[in-house]
Design a protein around this ligand. Structure first.
Ligand SMILES: Nc1nc2c(ncn2[C@@H]2O[C@H](COP(=O)(O)OP(=O)(O)OP(=O)(O)O)[C@@H](O)[C@H]2O)c(=O)[nH]1
Ligand SMILES: [Mg+2]
Length: 446
């Protein structure tokens, strides 16, 4: 049970602004409206009214809009007051809402409480609620667009479809619990295996999309690595279209890691330039090299830069599973016209700005984000963990089904657990502490 007393909050950002919005949500706001305006406002009508405090002093004049339950964001009555955006004014409006709302127990909302109510009242599911925070937190235009797709409920539709498939299969499996083992082997085994494989495939595809969605949310960490003097900092500068890092012909110029955020096709990329890796006796340079190796370990993608005129095999151990794009720099010296070698190495010139578009495109392609897909949505690690668990249970169910004498109750239990994990994403199955954890990260007033 949650405390469902009426809540109020300033919904606009802190600080001075042209307008400020105070929002109140509660089961029934009739008494509050009577206290504030001496009348009940009609649903979804725009009013221009004085906002008076309990001593009848006009604090401001502004717009009031009432959204009647259940057709409102929270599913409760909502009253929205738009006033001038002065810091003092807006706080006074907040206070007068609390004073006028004493009779019905109006209190200041907790972070994310409006959205939490929208979820608890069935206006949106949990994945959609999270998408609202993701729109607010979006770090790139693509992240914001994809969060909007998540808010529209597209990923939830896929999850619900997958859940339906699992439930259907559970019904088939459980219908066999009363039969003998031989019966199931004869009648249903192939059907169950086919259905499990299909669900497994669909889950795997969904997991891939979710990984991309997480990348969209967080941005891609691209680490530029290689030997000293190959042009790593020059590539950082060229991709940033700004002279950020110091470039000299002295090997060992860069020591500290240098991070810059760029956008490729609206997607956030954190480019990290690091110290060139080599055997060195220089104390400071060695600290830089250690930092480089740490960054390489954490990278989503590595750009391995080589000097095209003196290609050496760099003495770097790269982590497993992290994609690497090999870039042969200083192509202008050789006057090469091609952009990609037989070994998929990109040929560029940082100083002459040759091959940079191909490099940008390859970065997105390698991360699976090259196409502007209509159905790309933002995602969270929480969803990924639930999906991986859901897939694990389907795999275990498959192993049980393939056994010589399958135990129906074990298969049914695995299907139940798989479904439960999917239900966690949309919030049909969720514990209070997980909910609190999700909504506590929202801003106040949302
Ligand atoms: N001709 C040519 N020279 C380049 C190119 N890119 C970089 N250079 C030169 O190569 C030298 C080293 O460039 P940096 O960008 O500092 O190389 P780095 O890999 O960051 O070097 P460290 O920080 O020492 O590891 C500089 O003199 C650059 O001007 C290129 O595309 N063509
Ligand atoms: Mg450098």
């Amino acid at each position: 049970m949650y405390d469902n007393s009426p809540i109020v909050a300033i919904s606009t950002a802190t600080g001075k602004g042209a307008i400020g919005i105070v929002r109140i949500s509660g089961k029934d706001l009739s008494i509050l409206m009577m206290n504030l305006f001496g009348k009940k406002l009609d649903d979804r009508r725009v009013y221009y009214l004085p906002f008076k405090n309990t001593k009848n002093l006009i604090i401001d004049k502004g717009i009031a809009i009432f959204f009647k339950s259940p057709k409102s964001f929270t599913g409760e009555d909502i009253l929205e007051l738009q006033c001038h955006g002065g810091i003092v004014v807006i706080h006074e409006i907040l206070n007068l809402c609390i004073d006028h709302g004493k009779d019905i127990g109006v209190r200041i909302s907790e972070p994310g409480e409006f959205t939490k109510r929208a979820f608890l009242n069935g206006r949106i599911d949990l994945a959609q609620a999270e998408a609202i925070a993701d729109i607010i937190d979006a770090v790139s235009i693509e992240a914001s667009r994809s969060a909007l797709i998540a808010l529209s409920g597209e990923p939830s539709k896929v999850i619900n479809k997958l859940s339906d498939e699992i439930i259907k299969l559970r019904v088939i499996v459980e219908a066999n619990i009363d039969f003998s083992e031989e019966d199931i082997i004869l009648i249903e085994k192939d059907k169950i295996i086919t259905a499990l494989e299909k669900i497994s495939q669909n889950l795997t595809t969904f997991i891939e999309k979710t990984k991309q969605g997480i990348t969209l949310k967080n941005g891609i960490n691209v680490v530029i690595a290689g030997e000293p003097n190959v042009g790593k900092s020059s590539i950082l500068n060229a991709l940033s279209e700004e002279e950020i890092a110091i470039v000299t012909d002295i090997p060992g110029t860069t020591r500290d890691k240098i991070i810059n955020e760029i956008s490729i096709n609206g997607i956030l990329i954190n480019i990290i330039d690091t110290a060139g890796i080599r055997e060195s006796n220089d104390y400071i340079e060695n600290i830089g090299i250690k930092k480089s190796l740490e960054e390489i370990e954490k990278a989503d993608l590595i750009l391995l830069i080589k000097d095209i005129t003196e290609q050496k095999k760099p003495n770097i151990i790269f982590p497993n599973g992290v994609p690497i794009i090999t870039v042969l720099n200083k192509a202008d010296i050789l006057e090469k016209k091609i952009h990609i070698t037989k070994n998929d190495e990109l040929i560029v010139s940082a100083t002459k700005k040759i091959g940079l578009d191909v490099l940008r495109k390859t970065i997105l392609e390698t991360m699976g984000l090259n196409k502007t897909e209509e159905s790309r949505w933002i995602s969270r690690e929480r969803h990924l963990f639930c999906l991986i668990d859901a897939l694990d249970h389907i795999k275990t169910a498959t192993i049980y089904t393939l056994e010589k004498n399958p135990q129906i109750d074990l298969i049914a239990e695995e299907l139940r657990l798989s479904h439960k994990n999917l239900a966690k994403i949309t919030g049909q199955f969720i514990t209070d502490d997980i909910l609190d954890n999700i909504f506590s990260k929202f801003c106040i007033g949302k």
